[in-house]
Design a protein around this ligand. Structure first.
Ligand code: DGL
Length: 273
């Protein structure tokens, strides 16, 4: 048993897709979330910058006494997980491997679509994990750089002409390729789940990287005997590097409960070692 909180971070709102799944799977856990809303997006940046930002995010989270860190960001998971795991004495878990393995197991036709940020697609990390389980799988990958800024601006609802136009532009080649499984390889994308599902049709299974990551975290904590035990639900605290109001409003909408009282703005980018 370990009563310490789980630290979770992302460049912005996207990591909430993992938080929502964690709260469902492990309601007794305390969670400390950091969303780097002042510097989102990460996915358009260089490897060096992503590693630098990720180190600063982890340094902030480690000002809390945590039992594990969840990289609830596809971009950081594809680009910096080895560095972060090596530098930290507590488990550092990502979303890429669990999502890739879920897709590799699920596909029947062997045709898998993958969408993610430019940095994630460039890394080839999803394909590598998919091919460890299913070497014959054909992966058709597309970077969708406009999705993250649109989600951060609340443009994720069905019927929104902007998001629907951008979705059609990005996903038409995947629909035409006849994929039966689509990896939402950036944790922001499940906020677009309905829009993407409407476009791809009911026969394509969507793999949610945040939810798959949360499942793997729950399993790892269980296997290690490190789950928390309490009579009341755990508490989630949220920290962001830009305005509290924008994050609180969209986070409350997405999570389905009001987080306004639990969000704090912090200074990031200062060395804390
Ligand atoms: N949620 C992040 C990911 O999973 C967003 C990346 C970004 O900030 O561009 O990749």
């Amino acid at each position: 048993m370990d009563q310490r909180p789980i630290g979770v971070f992302d460049s912005g709102l996207g990591g909430l897709t993992a938080v929502r799944a964690l709260c469902k799977l492990l309601p007794e856990e305390d969670i400390v979330y950091f969303g780097d809303t002042g510097r989102v997006p990460y996915g358009t940046r260089s490897r060096e910058t992503i590693i630098k930002y990720a180190r600063q995010d982890v340094a902030f989270l480690r000002t809390f006494d945590l039992k594990a860190i969840v990289i609830a960001c596809g971009t950081v998971s594809t680009t910096a997980i080895e560095v972060l795991a090596e530098e930290n004495s507590i488990p550092v878990l990502g979303v890429v491997e669990p999502a890739a393995l879920a897709a590799a197991k699920h596909t029947k036709s062997g045709r898998i679509g993958l969408i993610g940020t430019q940095a994630s697609i460039r890394s080839g990390a999803y394909e590598r994990y998919i091919h460890t389980v299913n070497p014959a799988a054909q992966v058709k990958a597309t970077a969708c750089p406009l999705f993250v800024p649109l989600v951060e601006n609340g443009r994720f609802r069905p019927g929104d002409i902007v998001i629907e136009t951008v979705t059609a532009e990005y996903l038409t080649p995947l629909r035409e390729a006849g994929v039966d499984t689509l990896v939402l390889g950036c944790t922001h994308y499940p906020l677009l789940e309905t829009v993407i599902r409407n476009f791809m049709g009911p026969d394509v299974t969507l793999i949610n990287a945040g939810a798959e990551g949360a499942r793997a975290v729950a399993q790892a904590l269980k296997d290690q005997g490190n789950l928390a035990r309490r009579e009341v639900p755990g508490h989630c605290r949220y920290f962001v590097s830009d305005r509290v109001e924008d994050f609180a409003q969209l986070a409350s909408l997405f999570l389905g409960w009001d987080v306004t009282e639990d969000v704090t703005q912090v200074e990031i980018g200062i060395e804390r070692s």
